[in-house]
Structures are given as C-alpha cells and as structure tokens.
Design a protein around this ligand. Structure first.
Ligand SMILES: Nc1ncnc2c1ncn2[C@@H]1O[C@H](COP(=O)(O)OP(=O)(O)OP(=O)(O)O)[C@@H](O)[C@H]1O
Length: 475
C-alpha cells in the first residue's frame, strides 16, 4: 500500500479566511463544530478551459490539532497575519446590483456566489439593488461614503461606467476641481472598484481579470488586489461628455452601436447582425485627427521606437473606415487579444488606431485579424500611435447642414449615405462628433491584477515578468 502526501503552499496574501471546525462554504455552508479542527480557505487556480485567464476557486484545507488551545492559537495568529500582510483587503464595501443587467441574474449571482465569500472573509457589505439607471452614479455623487473601502458593481460594462462616473465626479467635487475643464489634472479616486460580472458585455472585467467569472472576481476583491487603470476624458469645447476606459470609436464602431440600438430585441446577437449590416454598407467618413504622441521612450504600441522632437499635436486628415482610441487592450471573448493587444492598463497613455479608407476585402481582413493572433496593425491602411490626447473634428469644407445633420442614417435602406458617423464611447453614443480626448494616468483602481502569468499569450513586449505599466508578460 502506498500513502501519498500532498503538499500545498499558499501565500498568506491568498488566504481567504479561517474558520473553527470542519467547514464548507460553497455551494452551501455547512459546519461540523469540532474542538480541535480548523479549516483554511485559500485561492486555488484552475484553467478556464478557454485560451485566456485563470479561474480562481475557493480551495479548502482542514487541520487537526492535539488540543483546542493550540487550535485557537493557530486561528488567532492566522487571522492576525491576514490583516498585517494585506493592508488593502477591504473591510467594508458598498455594493450596487443591477437586477436587469445581462440575463437578469445579478441578484442571484451576488447572493449565492459572492455574499458567502465576503462573509467568510469578514467583509461587511451595504447592498443596494438599483431601481433605475444612474441611481448608483447619483448615490456616489451625493451620499456619505465614509467608512467604505471600495465600491462593487454587479452588472455589465454600463453599470461599471456608472460607478466610474460617480466616483470620479465625487473625487473632483471634494477636491474642488471642475470636470468640465479639459486641461485640469484630475484627482485619483481613493476608493477601489470591484466588478462582479453579470452583464451582457463584461469587457472591462475580461480585460482586467482575464475571465468573466463572479467567483474569480469576488476572490480578487477579498484579497485586496489592486490594479490601477487609465481613464480617458471626452470633452466637447468646455463641457465634459463622458469618461471612457475601453473603446472610443468613430466610423465602423459608432455605426455598429447606432445600428444595434435599433435591434435591442435581438439580445447580444444584435452586435453580430449590426456588424454585418454596417460592414456591407461599406462606409468611410471624412475627418481631421490631431494627436499628442506619448513619450516614445516610455512605450510603443509596435516594437519599433520612433523619435519625436516636439510635444506638439500631429495632424492627419482624410477618409477613415474607423478611428479608435483605447486605454486598455479591450480584449473580450470574441477578440481574445483585443483592439490593441499591447496597450497598457496604467501607463497614462492610450492607443490611437487609424484605419484609412480601403477596399472592402482589406477592411474585412483588418476586422478578421481581431479574432486571431495575427497582427491587425500590419496592414498598409492601418496606423497605430501611442498618445496622451486626441482631437477629432470635421473638415471645414463640410457644410453646416452636413455637420448638424442626424449623425446616423441607415445606409442600407436610406439612399443618402450619411456624411458623418457617431462616437461609440464604451457602448454609449456621444451626442457630439467634434471632441477632445485626454488620458488621465491611473485615475481609478480596480480590485484586479491584470492577466496572470500562465494565463494567455500576451504580446506585451517588455523583458521583465511584470511590466511597470500593469501588464504581466506571459512566457
Ligand atoms: N434598475 C435599473 N433599471 C434600469 N436600468 C438600470 C438599472 N440599474 C442600472 N441600469 C442601467 O442599465 C444599463 C446596463 O446595465 P449593465 O451594464 O449592468 O447590463 P448589460 O446587460 O451589460 O447592458 P447592455 O444592455 O448595455 O448590454 C446601465 O447603463 C445602467 O445605468
């Protein structure tokens, strides 16, 4: 007969909680109250089965001591170690649940999968189930937030955006800064944001955690992981329009969003349908793009370094299939490496992607490459620049009538092709076409850690394991 001993090493930072007795938490809590036993819960990794991130699960080990006194000493010391080793672990969280997000399972996801883990970790949470859009944003702007370490949203990207706007707005109010001033240096938010994915689009969660999985996200929150994130402010003249973290897209991406809004009844399928329809309409739009290049020595979206002598705006003008700006890779299950695979989450820059007008097959190739590991920038009609700010305007020869016209007309059933598109700002249509965008470095912090080593092929291009910009190089 062979006896095998399994050795498990767990960093203190990844211990979730310690309970007296023989305890089980998920799928249901059960406690066998014995005198000499205790149970340690920790973060256990498992493959997600997909090509991207790692799933985190609640691991569990039971220990038996010779006496109750010794057992109590162990549990006391372990609990103290958790507090001292991980100062960013939250004690109190404000949780907003969107009961209508995605498949309308937000409440169930929170109460069955997340709340038991928070309880195990000794986190107290104040839960608000929203009754209307923008309730979470308004709460964050106006209500007392004292005593909270972080804000958690249970929902999709729209819900995250509400939290983002509420927290940034509140922080600037308290600092006496005007968000409408596009030149102001915004104050970073003191509260962390946690995302429990429960929407129909969970791109921010995917790009910052690597998987769309409520238990994985809850465990990142519990152990107090901290991932800074750049945010792009979008102004029209001297009025703030919105903040964006993932996609700000004009042309193709704007048209797809506008078209998909007309077919909400189709559910998530509406994006595939609208993408096909907009592609078939074969449009390009005239525009002027001015961009402020980032320091090329800091980082580059391609691996070739370029030297720029001055810190002045570069001006390009012409017809574009699309103009996109992203502060993160914007990866999602359909595009595992994302819009800009080497974009950093927290280096204070964004990647500007200019896709010049081209023949339909060329554009199809560009779109198709997003679903594979082929370089979508390695095409003669595509340019990518790492930038700090971008201005977009319409050509002066466009008539006022064209500039003021309803931005989106269906080019398939309407005979007149529209002269301008709309901006898609993280899934919301902007009411202005002429905008100024500025990247604010590390304006918010998420309970996340980027994509973990061993989780995916990530083309970061940095030599060190953990690049300073918040991305992890996967070997
Ligand atoms: N109780 C509510 N009733 C209606 N809308 C709400 C409520 N709570 C939040 N919202 C709004 O619902 C929008 C979508 O929410 P969320 O991102 O959670 O779900 P989603 O299914 O991913 O969204 P989408 O329908 O945009 O794909 C958000 O912009 C949010 O402001």
């Amino acid at each position: 007969m062979y006896l095998s001993v399994i050795k498990v090493s767990v960093p203190v930072a990844e211990v979730v909680g310690v309970e007296e007795g023989r305890v089980e938490i998920l799928p249901r809590k059960s406690v066998e109250d014995t005198d000499k036993d205790f149970t340690v819960f920790y973060v256990k990794r498992s493959s997600s089965g997909s090509s991207y991130g790692l799933l985190w699960r609640l691991g569990r080990i039971q220990f038996s001591c010779p006496s109750r006194v010794l057992r109590d000493q162990w549990t006391k010391h372990l609990r103290t170690a958790l507090k001292t080793h991980s100062p960013l672990r939250p004690n109190r969280l404000l949780v907003f649940i969107n009961p209508f997000g995605g498949k309308k399972k937000g409440r169930k996801i929170y109460h069955s999968l997340v709340a038991p883990l928070f309880e195990l970790a000794g986190i107290s949470s104040h839960v608000i189930v929203t009754e209307r859009a923008n309730q979470a944003r308004d709460h964050l702007l106006k209500k007392d937030l004292k005593g909270f370490d972080g804000v958690v949203c249970v929902g999709g990207d729209g819900m995250f955006s509400e939290i983002l706007h509420g927290l940034i707005g509140r922080t600037q109010q308290e600092a006496g800064l005007s968000e409408n001033d596009p030149t102001v240096a915004l104050q970073p938010c003191p509260l962390h944001i946690g995302i429990i994915p429960a929407g129909s689009t969970d791109c921010v969660c995917y790009a910052t955690v690597g998987v769309i999985d409520p238990v994985t996200s809850a465990l990142h929150i519990i152990i107090g992981d901290s991932q800074p994130l750049d945010v792009c402010s979008v102004h029209q003249a001297s009025a703030l329009m919105r903040y964006s973290v993932s996609l700000l897209g004009y042309g193709f991406y704007g048209d797809v969003l506008a078209e998909s809004e007309k077919h909400r009844w189709m559910g998530p399928l509406r994006y595939d349908y609208s993408g096909t329809m907009v592609y078939l309409s074969n449009r390009s739009y005239a525009g002027i793009v001015q961009y402020l290049p980032a320091d090329p020595l800091l980082s580059s979206p391609r691996d070739r370094t370029r030297c720029l002598s001055g810190r002045v705006y570069t001006h390009v003008e012409g017809r574009f299939r699309c103009v996109s700006l992203t502060c993160m890779s914007s990866s999602c299950p359909k595009s595992p490496l994302g819009l800009s695979p080497s974009a950093h989450l927290a280096d204070g820059t964004g990647d500007l992607i200019l896709v010049w007008d081209t023949h339909p097959l060329g554009f199809l190739k560009f779109l198709y490459r997003h679903t594979s590991t082929q370089d979508q920038f390695d095409l003669p009609f595509v340019e990518v620049h790492r930038v700090k700010a971008v201005r977009f305007s319409l050509p002066s020869e466009m008539t006022n009538e064209q500039k003021m016209a309803t931005p989106f007309l269906c080019g398939l059933c309407c005979s007149k092709v529209p002269a301008k598109s709309v901006w898609n700002c993280d899934g919301e249509i902007l009411s202005s076409t002429e905008i100024l965008c500025r990247i604010h470095g590390q304006l918010v912090r998420l309970y996340a850690r980027g994509i973990e080593e061993g989780a995916a092929v990530h083309n970061c291009g940095k030599e060190n394991d953990k690049c300073q910009m918040g991305c992890t190089l996967i070997k």
